[in-house]
Design a binder for this molecule. Structure first.
Ligand code: ADP
Ligand code: MG
Length: 672
């Protein structure tokens, strides 16, 4: 009896009509085994159950007709194409093919009665037409037809043939058999609406299975981790006292609570893996400082990582102000000169306690710590399991370092449980006292002149402002241009003010120096793409203007808004939107005006736009599987988590088989 698990290693080449060219194309689509082929589910279904008389078809829908071919004709002109006149008992209709000549169609006028499937359109000259229909063999049984995600060179017809063969190879007693059969070859009576919505019970069962496998992976990592060793920390009261004095402010109750949660982890001799979520300005850096002080008192080395040079530099300044001259603070970024880098590396080799601040350059292979006890990652938006695992082998031999991740991206609970199941979580849900709230306004782009007047006053009164032009397309080129154009326009419009420009295509030196000028007050208005999103701290900036806010997620807008309101001035956030605003966009932007609770906004984002927007789920690859799509399937996460917990109790070899089937890199994880 051949189970789906066994077919993980079954070669595709055993299928009929699967030659080397096809194998290559399939591999490019990530299909290399029979099991992977079976898990390549249809993306949609077409209803080919009923043959309809031509007179009963309506423009705008797809139909199956059975008709005789009367005439075939190539069309003149450079665009070519051809048309085929057909007739059934009710009427005649023209079939239109683009780019193909009659001899390329694969049928001839003498072919007789044929089935055609395609969309009917209305043409003012010739009436109803069918556009580029597919011709089916009359032997094709009518039914619901699966349409597969495919590529050029592999037809739907061949896909169906291969899947049919693959299903034959699978034992009818396999627990997945029925689901797969129903999904690939749905019965005549099944609901096409459910199938096309991915809400058919068989589809749901498979989606849950995949999500459960992903979660099982996290649970296994967590279990393995609980067996690993890490240095354990004894609290040093004197040091605690010292760092609090250096900070110069009273910590909030939330900061105290989170610090205690972290210290409790560090007191254990298993490695901590904890995520601190705290809204922008909630004081995560101060929390980090208190923890770093303890780690240093315990004679550990500490690595503190930020995602960009800009943020790393800023962190460095703050940490230096607290820890120097008592503790060496080392900087490591890709921009260091070779000699600087060597000097830093040499310092890490000595066993003395120190704090290394930097970008991902901290974790390159040639950077060797001699006594790393704690890794803190600031403003981390990517939570990929891979990244988390990569960090852990930097500690002293025989142990692993503790890992603390800090993010200002609030993650709704429903998601965080499932996506970050291997992380403990702390929440900083309180802001330091004395922060005034930011006033948020919506203004149409047609009132930009008015806004300019206001911006002029703002600048002339020595207040600073941000002007953000968001990502318009996926590529980084276009937003850079948008920001550049706006920068030029503003300079022209407001010659009294000093403008600076920051976008992702400038070198980090250029960005850094502009940022410094803005910090010092040599620039009044900083025009930027969303690169300034995380962590940038200029307390004197009190006006944030965001163009085309309708294109951004709530969480991201909230982050951007959090760049202001950090100083004593009353701060404003102006959302400069493009009319007309869709009702959904309107709802989202109004929410932003009403609340500045990042968690509430994240929940709303999840509800309104789906999870993809929230934490860069897309980039991290979390929850993105063969079948599952978090945008669509988030509602199944709880069910999947329960299933994963029960799977964790099953024999190891079953768990391994499940991971092999669903998660492509399962082997690496089981070693982790
Ligand atoms: P986050 O990283 O969470 O966005 P920061 O750590 O940068 O926030 O803190 C924002 C600002 O608030 C900093 O200027 C910091 O010094 C200050 N701050 C942090 N905690 C407190 C506190 N308990 N009381 C007063 N100010 C604080
Ligand atoms: Mg911060």
């Amino acid at each position: 009896m051949t189970l789906l698990f066994d077919l993980c290693h079954a070669d595709l080449s055993q299928l009929r009509d699967m030659g080397p060219a096809s194998l290559k194309l399939m591999a490019q689509m990530g299909i290399q085994s029979i099991a992977e082929l079976l898990l390549h589910l249809p993306r949609s279904y077409e209803d080919r159950r009923m043959i309809l008389p031509i007179t009963q078809t309506r423009p705008g829908q797809k139909y199956l007709i059975q008709a005789n071919i009367l005439q075939m004709q190539n069309l003149p002109g450079p665009r070519g194409g051809c048309s085929v006149l057909v007739e059934d008992e009710s009427a005649q209709m023209l079939l239109r093919y683009f780019r193909l000549k009659t001899h390329q169609l694969g049928f001839r006028a003498e072919s007789g009665s044929s089935l055609f499937y395609g969309e009917v359109k209305y043409n003012a000259r010739s009436g109803k037409e069918m556009i580029h229909p597919e011709r089916l063999r009359t032997t094709t049984a009518p039914g619901l037809i699966a349409i597969y995600p495919s590529c050029e060179g592999i037809s739907q017809f061949r896909f169906r043939k291969w899947i049919a063969q693959a299903l034959e190879l699978l034992s009818k007693d396999d627990p997945y058999y029925l689901y797969l059969k129903q999904v690939h070859v749905p019965g005549f009576e099944e609901s096409i609406e459910l199938l096309n919505d991915f809400k058919h019970p068989a589809q749901i069962a498979l989606i849950v299975e995949e999500l459960a496998a992903q979660h099982l992976k996290l649970l296994q990592i967590r279990r393995t981790q609980s067996l690993a060793l890490a240095p354990n920390l004894q609290l040093c009261e004197q040091q605690d006292h010292w760092i609090r004095q250096r900070l110069g402010f009273q910590l909030t109750a939330a900061q105290e609570r989170v610090i205690n949660e972290i210290l409790a982890d560090l007191h254990q001799s298993r490695p901590m893996l904890r995520l601190v979520q705290g809204d922008v300005g909630s004081g995560k850096t101060a929390v980090a400082a208190v923890i770093v002080a303890q780690a240093l008192a315990a004679q550990w080395q500490v690595a503190l990582m930020a995602p960009t040079d800009l943020l790393a530099e800023q962190l460095l300044q703050r940490m230096k102000s607290w820890f120097e001259p008592f503790i060496p603070v080392v900087f490591l970024s890709g921009r260091l000169k070779k000699s600087e880098r060597l000097a830093a590396q040499t310092l890490l080799q000595t066993k003395q306690p120190l704090l290394a601040v930097g970008t991902h350059a901290l974790f390159q292979d040639d950077v060797l710590f001699s006594n790393l006890g704690l890794i803190i990652i600031d403003e981390q938006h990517r939570f990929g399991v891979e990244q988390r695992l990569a960090l852990r082998n930097k500690a002293a031999a025989g142990t692993e370092a503790h890992v603390l991740i800090m993010t200002a991206t609030p993650i709704p609970r429903t998601l965080s449980m499932s996506l970050l199941g291997d992380l403990d979580q702390s929440i900083l849900d309180q802001r330091p006292p004395g922060r005034q709230s930011i006033i948020t306004r919506l203004i149409g782009l047609d009132r930009i002149e008015e806004l300019c007047t206001r911006l002029r006053h703002h600048g002339q009164n020595h207040h600073r402002a941000y002007w953000v032009c968001p990502l318009i397309e996926e590529s980084e080129v276009i937003p850079a241009q948008a920001a550049e154009l706006r920068f030029e326009w503003l300079r022209n419009e407001l010659p009294q003010l000093r403008f600076g420009l920051i976008h992702g295509r400038l070198s980090s030196e250029q960005r850094q120096s502009t940022m410094l000028q803005f910090q010092k007050g040599d620039i009044d208005v900083l025009v930027a793409t969303t690169v300034i999103e995380v962590g940038v701290d200029v307390p004197e900036a009190s006006l944030m203007i965001i163009e085309n806010p309708e294109r951004l997620g709530l969480a991201q807008l909230h982050q951007l808004r959090g760049r202001v309101g950090r100083g004593a001035e009353q701060s404003y956030c102006i959302l400069l939107y493009q009319r007309p605003l869709s009702s959904m966009a309107n709802e989202r932007l109004s929410l932003l005006r009403q609340t500045d609770d990042g968690f509430a906004l994240a929940e709303a984002d999840l509800r309104l736009r789906g999870p993809g927007e929230i934490l860069g789920v897309r980039q991290s690859g979390l929850g993105q599987g063969r079948i599952a799509d978090l945008e669509r399937d988030a509602y199944l996460l709880d069910q999947a988590r329960e299933r994963a917990i029960s799977l964790l109790q099953t024999p190891d070899n079953l768990q391994t088989a499940i991971l092999n089937l669903w998660t492509p890199h399962a082997k690496e994880y089981s070693k982790a």
